[in-house]
Every structure is written in structure tokens, then in C-alpha cells.
Ligand binder design. Structure first.
Ligand SMILES: Cc1cc2nc3c(=O)[nH]c(=O)nc-3n(C[C@H](O)[C@H](O)[C@H](O)COP(=O)(O)OP(=O)(O)OC[C@H]3O[C@@H](n4cnc5c(N)ncnc54)[C@H](O)[C@@H]3O)c2cc1C
Length: 472
């Protein structure tokens, strides 16, 4: 697609969606299916946002396709199409290896109950009650109870149990023991209902299918098209967006960009009331990530039985949030991609992910940054040797990404991988109350992040926008 200066636009749209991540694309699709004229403007040269992939020669690497809950099947069938929904398959071998325990699980309620009762010797009544309480949690519940307090209530003093229950969710959305229990409970229950799922043909196929569906439904898609400002009228209502020096008129904007970037950069602090600015400033961004992408030589594949699908491994003696974020990495999640679940790959690929602090990577000299990336790679490969002893000889490509990489490609402030902490959700929902026609649909508040959270939030917000447009 040509650069923004050479692209053409309608003079007016019913709605403009800023950003083509999963939340933005889903919002655009739902609105277009409701008969709205929609412009989707994405600053990058491809759609997907954090749901992305990259190619190096014949090798393809998925960035955030590690696992999502079964709810994606229903959401994709209803708000996208059957072809997308039918390509979602279960990952059945999830492994943990740390100084407290090593085990393999299908990561669902039945298997976790078995493990907790038989292996961890927890009373069955406590396990049942914990699952039931977690499943009943919803947004309107008590928000003062933390995840740590919830665990202490059901499994007092059991750091091993906390690790089993918490570590994967921390990787899935950056939540910690100090975050509200309900943000943990909702996401944990989503996974526990039926396990962990993936998109069989890889991220590039999913995004291609979504792009086709958007085009079929008449969305005007523009890539390499950064929106500079949201134009606000004097009665605090959306009037349009400005991009490449021109204004595109619309009454409704859905921003899929980072929540704080939307408030302070795309709108501007001067347009909000003082109390709202204070509320927005208090929203904490979620953490960022680092990753190491590894491709094995095609002639040296590994068997699924050797490593499983997902491996949460750690050398830290106990589960600690600071340890998970530290540059002195002790914990990693390895995702293994095999030719049978990823037919186009023709080889095995492995991605090592860790949660990370942006500040540990920003402001480094060029040399220190390059050295930091080398350490990331060395550490990941060394850690992998425990599971694939000759992995160094089998590798034919390795590359690393840091919080700066995520910031660069998505414009997320501080490279936030999962939007904001819990308090961001109320601020995101409040935008249209403050400026008529302004909506946000993107990773926010832990619950609305991750692939499923972002898709579902896109649907919720699109319905709000449709109702707003209907009211005229
Ligand atoms: C390393 C990593 C691993 C992850 N693993 C998983 C996982 O296993 N399972 C899971 O469910 N989730 C995972 N996630 C999280 C998941 O990928 C995200 O929560 C989700 O994809 C975010 O979708 P979103 O709708 O919030 O939009 P984003 O993906 O954040 O996209 C926002 C889009 O807006 C665009 N944009 C920003 N500003 C502008 C502008 N001014 N003009 C135009 N466009 C703009 C950006 O370019 C981007 O395309 C992972 C994330 C990371 C980083």
C-alpha cells in the first residue's frame, strides 16, 4: 500500500478506527457488518498490532501466538467467520519445570484439580471452592481483594500452589499477586474452562483471513497511515481525525492505540477536565516483554513428546513478581511450534518470552543495548539446553526483541505488552462520557487484554458506537 500522502479517502465516515490490532480490527468488522462506513487507519505496514509475525528467509516467527482460551472459537465464529474459528486447535501438553515441581498438564479444570489434590495434596473441597469462586468473579465484584490474598485464603502458606496457579497467568497478561483477585479469577477461569488454544496456520494466515473479511464487509483499510490527532469540536464532541495534514470527518472514533497515548497524545491534555487528567495519570501501564526467536534446521526437528507445546521454566526458588521482570532472567516461557500444528513452517521454531521492564532497556548506549540482546539470546539458548542438549548445533537462526522493539512497531508507550493495569478499564470506558463519540478498544485493565480480551472488547465498543450513531 502506498504511503499515506498518496492514499485516497472518503470525505466522511461513520466511524474511524485508529489502529489495526485485534481490538481495532474486530470493532471495525462489527461496525461494517452493521452497515456503517468505516475507515481503519493503521500506522504500520501490516495489520495485527501485537498479534504479529515476521519472516527471515524461509523462517516465520509468531510474536504473541502462544496460547489463548477456548472462548476465541466462539468470538471468532460470531464476529469473524467459520474459517477462522475452525482453524483454532488445542495445545494439549503444557509443562512446568522449576525448583518446586516439574509436571505436564492439559491446563484445564479437571487436570488441575487432579494435580492439586493428588500431587500437591490439597483438600478437594478447597480446590473446588477456589475454582467456583474464581469462575463467579466479575467486573462489579469487590476490587480490594488481591490475587495474593485470594490464594492465602484457599491455600495458606502454599507457595508451590501459588506458583502453579499464578505463573502462567502472569505470562498471559502481566498480572501479579498485588493486582485485584477478580482480574486473575476471570482470566484463569477462561483458560481453565477447556485449556489452551492456538491458531493452527500461524498469525500471518489469521490476519490475512481477517483482512479479507474486513475488505468483504466494505471497511476502508489504510496501512502506513498514522493518525496524528483526533479532532475535537468546541462542544467536546469528535469531529474527525487528522492524518498526513488533512482532516477526515467522522462523528465516532475508536482508538485501538495505547489508552494513555490516546488521551495525552491523540487528544491532548488541554482538552480534558482536571479531575480526568488526574485519574488518567494514575493509570499504570502494564509491563513489557523480551523475546528470543529460534529456528531449528529443517533436517533436525524435535518430537513433540520431548518438550511439549508450552513450557514454563524457571530456576528461581519461588514465584516472585520482581524476579519475573528482572533483567537477570530466571524464568522463561518457551513456545514450541511444530510442522503438524504449523503446517506452513516446514521446521520447528521456538520462541522464549519473558516479562520485562521498559526502563531496563531504554536509554542504553548502542553498545550496551546490543550486548543486552546478546545476553538475552545466550541465556535463552543455555536454558533450552536442559531440554534439548544439542540445541546449539540444531539452530540456524536466532534473533531477540526487547521492550523497545514492541514500542517501535506498535507505538505502545513503554512497549506495554498488555495495555494497562486494572484501573485503566474504567478510564477507557469513561472516554465517551467526557468527549462525545470518542471510544477506546484495546488491551486495557488486564481483563480486556490478550487475544480474547482484545477481540471481545472490540465487540463491546463497536456495539456502543453503533448505539451512539443510531441516537444520531
Ligand atoms: C511478547 C508478547 C506475547 C504475548 N502473548 C500472548 C499470548 O500468548 N496470548 C494472548 O492472548 N495474548 C498475548 N499477548 C498479548 C496480545 O498480543 C495483545 O493483548 C493483543 O494482541 C493486543 O491487541 P489490541 O487490540 O490491544 O491492539 P495492539 O495489538 O496493541 O494494536 C494496536 C495497533 O494500533 C496501531 N496504532 C497505534 N497508534 C496509532 C496511530 N496513531 N495511528 C494508527 N495506528 C496506530 C499500532 O500500530 C497497532 O497495530 C502477548 C503480547 C506480547 C507483546
Amino acid at each position: 500500500m502506498p504511503s499515506v500522502a498518496r492514499q485516497s479517502f472518503r470525505n466522511r465516515y461513520d466511524a474511524v478506527v485508529i489502529g489495526g490490532g485485534l481490538g481495532g480490527m474486530t470493532a471495525a468488522n462489527v461496525l461494517a457488518r452493521a452497515g456503517r462506513r468505516v475507515l481503519l487507519a493503521e500506522q504500520h505496514f501490516k495489520l495485527g498490532g501485537l498479534a504479529t509475525w515476521f519472516k527471515r528467509g524461509q523462517r516465520v516467527f509468531d510474536v504473541s501466538l502462544h496460547g489463548f482460551p477456548v472462548g476465541m472459537i466462539k468470538s471468532c465464529r460470531r464476529y469473524w467467520n467459520a474459517e477462522i474459528a475452525d482453524s483454532i486447535v488445542q495445545l494439549k501438553d503444557i509443562r512446568f519445570d522449576n525448583p518446586m515441581f516439574s509436571l505436564s498438564t492439559t491446563f484445564d479444570r479437571t487436570d488441575f484439580t487432579r494435580l492439586l489434590v493428588e500431587r500437591f495434596q490439597v483438600k478437594p473441597e478447597a480446590v473446588e471452592e477456589f475454582f467456583d469462586v474464581a469462575r463467579r468473579m466479575n467486573f462489579y465484584d469487590d476490587q480490594s481483594l488481591t490475587a495474593g490474598q485470594l490464594f492465602e485464603r484457599y491455600f495458606p502458606g502454599r507457595e508451590d500452589v501459588v506458583r502453579l496457579l499464578m505463573e502462567p497467568i502472569t505470562y498471559a497478561n502481566g498480572s501479579t499477586l498485588e493486582d485485584p483477585a477478580l482480574s486473575y479469577g476471570i482470566v484463569f477461569s477462561n483458560f481453565m474452562s477447556k485449556g489452551v488454544y492456538t491458531f493452527r496456520d500461524g498469525t500471518e494466515d489469521l490476519i490475512l483471513l481477517m483482512q479479507k473479511e474486513l475488505e468483504k464487509n466494505g471497511v476502508d483499510l489504510r496501512l502506513r497511515c498514522p493518525v496524528d490527532k483526533i479532532v475535537i469540536g468546541k462542544h467536546k464532541q469528535v469531529e474527525g481525525v487528522s492524518l498526513a495534514g488533512r482532516t477526515i470527518k467522522t462523528k465516532a472514533v475508536v482508538s485501538n492505540a495505547n489508552l494513555l497515548g490516546t488521551i495525552f497524545n491523540l487528544v491532548g491534555e488541554e482538552l480534558w477536565s482536571k479531575d480526568f487528567v488526574e485519574q488518567a495519570r494514575a493509570v499504570r501501564l502494564n509491563n513489557s516483554s523480551t523475546q528470543v526467536y529460534m529456528a531449528l534446521k529443517p533436517e533436525t526437528p524435535i518430537e513433540r513428546g520431548q518438550c511439549g507445546d508450552l513450557l514454563f521454566c524457571s530456576t528461581a526458588p519461588a514465584f516472585r513478581t520482581e524476579a519475573l521482570l528482572s533483567r537477570d532472567i530466571t524464568s522463561r516461557t518457551f513456545s514450541f511450534y511444530y510442522p503438524d500444528t504449523r503446517p506452513g513452517l516446514g521446521r520447528c521454531a521456538i520462541v522464549a518470552s519473558t516479562n520485562a521492564n521498559y526502563d531496563d532497556w531504554a536509554g542504553l548506549s548502542k553498545e550496551d543495548y546490543a550486548a543486552g540482546k546478546r545476553d538475552l539470546i545466550d541465556g535463552a539458548v543455555a536454558s533450552l539446553e536442559k531440554y534439548i542438549p544439542d540445541v546449539r548445533q540444531r539452530l540456524d537462526f536466532v534473533e531477540a526483541a526487547t521492550p523497545l522493539t514492541f514500542e517501535r512497531y506498535t507505538r505502545h508507550i513503554a512497549g506495554a505488552s498488555f495495555g494497562t493495569k486494572f484501573e485503566g478499564l474504567a478510564v477507557s470506558r469513561d472516554l465517551p462520557e467526557r468527549i462525545a463519540g470518542l471510544y477506546h478498544a484495546g488491551s486495557v485493565g488486564i481483563i480486556m487484554s490478550g487475544w480474547l480480551g482484545a477481540v471481545n472488547y472490540g465487540v463491546i465498543v463497536a456495539n456502543d458506537v453503533d448505539a451512539f450513531l443510531m441516537r444520531g
